[in-house]
Design a protein around this ligand. Structure first.
Ligand code: GAP
Length: 454
């Protein structure tokens, strides 16, 4: 494998050129920090979310799913502390009117050209003030303060307010988890770096409820499990690290928090946070709703408010990390190949079928092979241009397998099966393809035990 050649610019260009990600509302000049997933991007992001769901929910006996409404009762956000505390410090430049995160001025640049650091131009900065990141909207036809609701800034609170519903309906008993994926909204002061920080994004969150006293072991367990998940799906271990928060970084409710960080082209940045949220959220909702959200363990006759371990990941940030990590260029300078070495189970298209030539019945035969594979895996068909160019087009979007119908196929019903990474080809019978292809694009098998070991 070649040396690291990836820049954010190369990834953004590839995403636009090949239909992974487009700027939102582009024909109107775009809307800052908003993006649309194109035909390949939507498949990739779905695969990332499915990989998370499979390993966090379906493959476990102790986790169930939920899909909550984005708009929730406004008192949820009072109880959670978001109305009072979900603020970032902000300053304005009196000259250019730019708005900046006061705690990130060294990374910001003002909108004037030539661009300078805020405060380093002639403009004076205002005093620091708090800016609440929640988006507010109105429910119903009357736009008064009584109708104000928030777009959820995290999916987690939907899980906490449904805790008793799930305990009663699913007969769940700690240790157990409730998982959710879905959109969240934050009016970030300085969004940027493509999909990394946007104002509308998708989260993949697990709230894992445990008996107090068992929280430390589960906190460690989920840190290991989540690190392993990224490497299972192909992230290079050297680009991943776990960083424990220092005491002065911890949220007031957290007993511990560690970030899974990825070495993006912009530097080491948070990919996911894993927090021991204690019993803070359930207790807040008990206090504000007046409802009993404690758990009664019929076996031990104990009643307690569970502690919560929360692995909270970003689906868009994760998708970006998988793209960046997979991006590679190889071959000699005069014949460079761009290749996305995505884990086959994440690749948007699993197999591309090609007739070697557009004659002698090869296209018809190749269409037959594609039609046979399509119900099993996402399958592309391409008959335009030279075969080498077609392989390159698929390499660039990460398609792990290429099937070529050639002269020999017409005699003996065999095809060549090409591997994206090694570029090696093997001759296989057409009737062996369904089993072979399915096996080669299967997701990794999770080897982490289901619970902390001793
Ligand atoms: N419930 C806990 C929670 O929301 P967080 O660290 O604020 O924790 C969790 O967010 C994850 O959501 C982050 O690690 C990141 O992957 C993703 N995320 C947060 N803000 C984001 C943004 N503005 N744009 C893209 N992803 C974001």
């Amino acid at each position: 494998m070649s040396e690291r050649v990836v820049t954010m610019e190369k990834v953004v260009n590839l995403c636009k050129r090949r239909g992974f990600v487009f700027p939102s509302s582009e024909i109107y000049g775009g809307l800052i920090s908003c993006y649309d997933y194109g035909p390949l991007g939507v498949e990739l992001k779905r695969n990332v979310k499915e990989a998370w769901w499979r390993d966090t929910v379906s493959a476990r006996p102790d986790v169930v799913g939920l899909d909550c409404s984005i708009l929730m009762h406004p008192r949820v956000w009072e109880a959670s502390g978001h109305v009072t505390n979900f603020n970032d410090p902000m300053v304005d430049c009196k000259l250019c009117k730019g708005r900046f995160r006061a705690d990130q001025l060294e990374h910001a640049s003002c909108p004037r050209k030539p661009s300078k650091r805020p405060g380093e131009c002639e403009g004076e900065l205002t005093d620091v003030r708090s800016f609440n990141l929640m988006f507010k909207t109105h429910m119903g036809p009357v736009e008064d303060s009584a109708a104000a609701v928030y777009m959820r800034p995290e999916t987690a609170q939907g899980i906490f307010v449904n805790f008793i519903n799930v305990v009663n309906s699913a007969r769940a008993k700690p240790p157990f988890g409730i998982a959710q994926t879905g959109k969240s909204f934050r009016n970030e002061i300085t969004p940027g770096n493509f999909l990394f920080r946007t104002r509308e994004f998708e989260q993949m969150e697990l709230e894992y409820f445990v008996k107090p006293g068992e929280d430390d072991a589960w906190y460690e367990y989920w840190q290991n499990r989540r690190m392993q998940w990224y490497t299972d799906y192909g992230i290079k271990p050297e680009n991943l690290r776990l960083r424990a928060h220092a005491d002065d970084e911890l949220a007031h409710y957290a007993k511990g928090c560690a970030d899974v960080e990825y070495n993006f082209p912009i530097g080491w940045q948070e990919l996911e946070g894993i927090a021991n949220r204690t019993d803070f959220d359930l207790k807040q909702h008990i206090e504000h709703s007046g409802k009993d959200l404690s758990f009664f363990d019929a076996a031990s006759k104990e009643r307690y408010v569970p502690y919560v371990i929360e692995p909270s990941a970003g689906a868009d940030r994760g998708t970006l990390a998988f793209l960046v990590d997979a991006y590679d260029e190889d071959g000699p300078d005069d014949d460079r190949r761009t290749v996305l070495r995505l884990h086959p189970s994440l690749a948007p298209t699993k197999v591309a079928v090609f007739p070697l030539m557009r004659k002698a019945g090869m296209p018809e035969k190749a269409q037959e092979v594609a039609a046979m594979l399509r119900p099993l895996v996402t399958t592309a068909y391409d008959e335009t241009r030279a075969i080498g160019r077609r392989y390159r087009r698929q390499d660039e979007v990460g398609t792990p397998l290429g099937v070529t119908v050639d002269h020999q196929t017409l005699d003996d019903d065999t095809v060549t099966l090409r591997n994206r990474d090694s570029m090696e080809q093997q001759r296989v019978a057409i009737n062996a393809l369904p089993a072979l292809v399915t096996e080669k694009v299967a997701p990794p098998v999770c080897t982490t035990p289901l619970a902390p070991t001793a």
